[in-house]
Design a protein around this ligand. Structure first.
Ligand code: BDR
Ligand code: CA
Length: 317
């Protein structure tokens, strides 16, 4: 079984990523760390616990992490009441309340301690602003050698979703993203919007997920159904009645790598631009001086993605 730690800001698509990681037979989700992002930290932590409880995986530990970006006192543009993120995710997931509690230990301490002490390879999958990971690197720079693989949901080349230039996870903490992309990880994979927007889940597939009759199928239908409703209203997507489920695509890649198509490029992060803060600069044409540091997904196999989730969510935990 492939071990992984998932860093989340749960979130309707993080919820699906958690379920896929917790339920797939080839994966061993050893811990979930949460961070300020789609909602304030305590909502993201509570939502993560709700998901695990609902699918019968309440024994997987959840650690609450950073409440603010690494440098800024807030996101580049402060959250507003009309925040798009809140519309897409809501504060609470459409799942029952839980009595489960997060662990006492802080997520960043957990990450540092786990990677310092483990003898097994554990992949790290951040699908949220990169604050916890940057903080962990500040405490223990050797993490670049101790973490065998990092798979990040974030960024965009042809697509932005929070500004014309930037994707939410990178935009929400650009300095943290800069730190992580420039840290020198041996194996860094980035799954940007360019790929996740090619792996849409449709409304009719959502009905099929619901009809699986399992808790995971039900949760998938509720979370993704919510996303589709909102995307139909506010996003300019090519296909109606469908939505990306960004974060889960990273997990699908751990299960079947070919679900995304990767290219190697130098990638850097814009932290100062007036119009472009949080942009991932993917140097496809080698105009800059930085070496290749990342594998970037530009395409995805939507049918395979849905098949992986359908098979996994059909099984009772
Ligand atoms: C990313 O931002 C968050 O809102 C989602 O959970 C996903 O991780 C997509 O831009
Ligand atoms: Ca997320």
């Amino acid at each position: 079984k492939k071990k992984l730690i998932l860093d989340v800001d749960t979130g309707t698509d993080d919820a699906v990523a958690i379920m896929l990681a917790a339920l797939h037979e080839d994966l061993d989700l050893v811990g979930v760390t949460t961070v300020n992002g789609n909602a304030e930290l305590h909502y993201c932590t509570d939502n993560s616990l709700r998901v695990l409880d609902f699918i019968g995986k309440g024994s997987i530990p959840v650690y609450a992490g950073c409440v603010k970006p690494i440098v800024r006192s807030d996101f580049p543009i402060p959250r507003t009441k009309n925040d798009l993120t809140e519309k897409i995710h809501g504060k609470h997931l459409p799942l029952p309340e839980t009595k489960l509690q997060a662990q006492q230990q802080h997520a960043v301490e957990y990450l540092v301690e786990t990677y310092r002490s483990t003898t097994d390879p554990i992949s790290l999958v951040p699908v949220a602003p990169l604050t916890n990971i940057a903080a962990a690197l500040a405490i223990e720079p050797k993490l670049v050698n101790l973490i065998p693989e990092v798979v990040i949901m974030g960024g965009g080349h042809d697509v932005g979703n929070v500004t014309p230039a930037a994707e939410f996870n990178i935009w929400a903490d650009p300095e943290a993203a800069y730190t992580v992309f420039n840290a020198g990880f041996e194996k860094l994979t980035m799954v940007p919007l360019d790929a996740t927007h090619k792996a849409l889940v449709t409304a009719s597939q959502c009905i099929q997920f619901g009809e699986l009759g399992t808790p995971a199928g039900q949760a998938m239908a509720a979370c993704t159904g919510h996303r589709i409703g909102i995307h139909d209203k506010i996003q300019r997507m090519d296909i109606e009645h469908s939505a990306p489920v960004h974060d889960a695509l990273c997990i699908a890649h751990l299960i079947q790598p070919e679900v995304i198509t990767l290219e190697e490029h130098p990638v850097d992060i814009e932290t100062h631009g007036e119009l472009s803060v949080g942009r991932t600069i993917i140097d496809k044409n080698r105009r800059g001086l930085k070496p290749v540091n990342c594998k970037v997904a530009f395409d995805a196999d939507a049918a395979l993605f849905v098949e992986i989730m359908m098979k996994t969510f059909a099984k009772i935990a």
